[in-house]
Ligand binder design. Sequence first.
Ligand code: URA
Length: 211
Amino acid sequence: MLTSRKGPAFETTGADGEQISDVRNDAETCSRCDLYKDATHLVFGEGPERARILFVGEQPGDKEDLAGKPFVGPAGKLLDRCLDEAGIDRDLCYVTNAVKHFKFAARGKRRIHAKPNAGEVQACAWWLAAELRLVKPKLAVALGATALYSLLGRQAKVTRDRGTVLHSPDGLPVLVTIHPSALLRTMDQPDAEMNRARFVEDLRKIADFVE
Ligand code: URA
């Protein structure tokens, strides 16, 4: 198990003195797309400054929207368990999303996840680019298709590239894997255990990028 390196989040400084805490504050009033209108909180990334590993999910879910924190709901708990099995400490990692506001459809009192469209992902890529610029990870982990699209555009495909490390145009290694919510959706299927084991295998590849 990699040991935890707890430190102040949001204290990373860029070359021109840019701080991730300032970027986060700016994001709070983001209206680059319409998703801010119905969301409770903007959910910015969290994690130690200069984390070597940066996870990118799709967008906050219901629980994350209420808490204002990424990956604290069922998918986040499953991710934590799988990271644990893979020997990776989440506290060492910076965890964020391609889209920072929860997109949903109201069904009575329930809020059902709705997939962000390409325009919303592109609008929010501004914030992800700032996180990448300031955290300067050694590896980004794309959890699912939306994260992969935001990081690498349309040429990469989860089904084809899963388990491999691709590179962004500026040379950042990107590990391609599925979103943990895909495992939650298929938990009652006969191959559920195999799918989970494969996800853990993907996550084990992170160890090559940690000191
Ligand atoms: N799914 C995501 O992609 N991100 C979260 O923060 C929670 C669920």
